[in-house]
Design a protein around this ligand. Structure first.
Ligand SMILES: C[S@@+](CC[C@H](N)C(=O)[O-])C[C@H]1O[C@@H](n2cnc3c(N)ncnc32)[C@H](O)[C@@H]1O
Length: 287
């Protein structure tokens, strides 16, 4: 069997960054300004499009949801998996001198991120310790190697935007690698990747361009999502985890709310229904 080329997923990190550039997520605007606008989803970046702002809001909420659960933990050691062009680690190390943050992704992204960091002059004056490292999170040995850079205190492992690219076997491998580390050292796993399959109606309601649909198809995104939140809970329990907390969406902290409200159709504004839940961020503990 051919080995899967995970780097085919990496272009999605740029698409996300270009959307996050509209938010107040640390250094997203500055980083996006150094990049060309071409990206793999064929996004339109149309500020008059309600659905564009819905997606930007979704990714801002998702980013914030990890911070929300992370600050509730007592851990100073943090390992971020598949971090893409996120500077969450740098932002945290600007604030906290106790933090040791390992910021990891595949080689191509880490190389580019290292160049971007230099261009942006980020990380020159940190209180904490921030380190970029190459890590294919599905490779047990690389996982162990990267972990050897950190002392053996308990840690928070965090990630967003990876599980929907993994089939069930790959998700199980990732869970085994994470569980191994957490059983050794203690700590927790915060993942924003608890996405459930969407109904036909929901899929029809959310417009998707041709290129994005093709990328999703290529990576089996819809099939890789969980059948339900209950099924996701059972999956993680079967892999030796228990769910200890769920992040709550903080709409009041959303920086793009004014832009979203401006283009929100009246029937949505007047609706008493909460927005449909398509994703959850969970804190998991190894049992
Ligand atoms: C959708 S992007 C998410 C990036 C970032 N976390 C965010 O939310 O903006 C998916 C990321 O997963 C990374 N990735 C894909 N396969 C991986 C693997 N096996 N191990 C580690 N990272 C991987 C890609 O390089 C890419 O940066």
């Amino acid at each position: 069997m051919n080995k899967k080329d995970f780097s085919s997923i990496s272009p999605s990190a740029k698409s996300l960054l270009l959307m996050k550039a509209y938010t107040s997520i640390p250094y997203a605007k500055e980083t996006a300004a150094l990049m060309s606008k071409d990206e793999v989803f064929g996004l339109k970046f149309d500020p008059s499009d309600f659905w564009f702002w819905i997606r930007v809001m979704h990714f801002e909420l998702r980013y914030n949801s990890i911070d929300q659960l992370l600050v509730q933990t007592p851990y100073a050691n943090v390992l971020e998996l598949s971090s893409g062009f996120s500077w969450r680690g740098i932002a945290l190390c600007e604030e906290r001198e106790d933090v040791h943050y390992l910021d990891t992704d595949l080689a191509e992204i880490i190389t580019l991120k290292t160049e971007l960091r230099k261009k942006l002059g980020l990380g020159n004056d940190l209180k904490g310790k921030w380190e970029p490292a190459v890590l294919n999170a599905l490779e047990k040995d690389s996982f162990q190697q990267v972990m050897s850079r950190m002392d053996s205190d308990p840690l928070a492992i965090i990630n967003e935007g990876l599980l929907m690219y993994l089939n069930t076997e790959e998700k199980k491998t990732l869970c085994r690698n994470i569980r191994h580390v957490l059983s050794d050292r203690g700590g927790c796993w915060i993942t924003a990747d608890v996405y459930v399959k969407r109904s036909e109606d929901m899929r029809a309601a959310l417009p998707q361009g041709e290129r994005e649909a093709a990328f999703f198809e290529q990576h089996n995104i819809e099939a890789n999502k969980f059948d339900s939140y209950e099924a996701a809970k059972i999956f993680f329990e079967d892999q030796g985890f228990s769910v200890s907390a769920e992040a709550q969406p903080e709409y009041d902290k959303i920086s793009v709310l004014p832009q979203l409200m401006e283009v929100m159709p009246d029937h949505v504004k007047n609706s008493k229904e909460p927005p449909p839940k398509i994703q959850a961020t969970w804190r998991l503990e190894a049992r």
